[in-house]
Design a protein. Structure first.
Length: 236
């Protein structure tokens, strides 16, 4: 079955009920501990609060997540937002998040699809979104080492996908992915590909000398490019 990454929507959030039921109703990041505790026994209210949070961030900031689909079924998600929209982050010893970064809060893949690369695809989708919109220099996340804390991402995974420790901690280091370095890397790769294509692309055969458009007896100067037929794309 095909796999793809799409923008997270309210419809996707509702459809994650089967694959990731805990994420569907979790308010660890979206509310401060006191407000979240008041809804601890009311799953329906927690889901409504989660929907309201996503709607608010989408309205005020824009796209704030990506979802992994296998076929048409959502099986994983990543959520990210400016720190001002994530009050739950204040409880970490390594808080606050840097002023030039957004916070990646949730990254989960359904157990039956774990280990297949969907987590890395979600991180790549997040980075592509943030680089494309501009104005965001980095993504940070609270990793977990050892038992860690609920709703954090294993620091080993963050290491593997390009995050580096920003503020160390025995169990919950704050980690950072610099989007500027990713953008520079992308530009360098694209430039290298252009150079490679320039080497392997065959040179066009020189056009025969017909004398059309030239003074009688004139010859084409060395290195001059042949005239291109009207309407044709010329490879350079």
């Amino acid at each position: 079955m095909g796999r793809r990454i799409e923008r997270l929507t309210l419809d996707h959030l509702g459809a994650l009920e089967d694959a990731l039921p805990a994420c569907r109703s979790c308010l660890f990041w979206e509310l401060d501990p006191v407000r979240a505790g008041r809804l601890a026994e009311d799953r329906g209210a927690r889901c409504e609060e989660k929907d309201a949070w996503l709607s608010e961030v989408l309205r005020e900031w824009g796209s704030c997540g990506r979802v992994a689909l296998v076929g048409e079924r959502p099986v994983g998600l990543v959520v990210y937002a400016p720190p001002a929209h994530v009050p739950g982050a204040a409880g970490f010893a390594t808080a606050p998040v840097s002023g030039d970064a957004v916070l990646m809060t949730t990254l989960r893949v359904a157990p039956e699809h774990a280990g297949g690369g969907l987590g890395r695809m979600l991180v790549q989708g997040m980075a592509k979104d943030l680089i494309g919109r501009g104005g965001v220099r980095a993504v940070e996340a609270f990793g977990s080492r050892g038992p860690g804390r609920a709703c954090t991402v294993p620091a080993a995974f963050l290491d593997a996908v390009g995050f580096r420790t920003q503020r160390p901690h025995p169990t919950t280091p704050r980690m950072r992915m610099d989007l500027r370095s990713l953008l520079t890397w992308r530009d360098e790769v694209e430039a290298a590909l252009e150079r490679l294509l320039g080497v392997v692309r065959p040179k066009p055969a020189p056009a025969p000398e017909t004398g059309v458009g030239r003074a009688p007896g004139s010859a084409r100067r060395a290195g001059e490019e042949p005239d291109a037929p009207v309407g044709c794309w010329v490879s350079r």
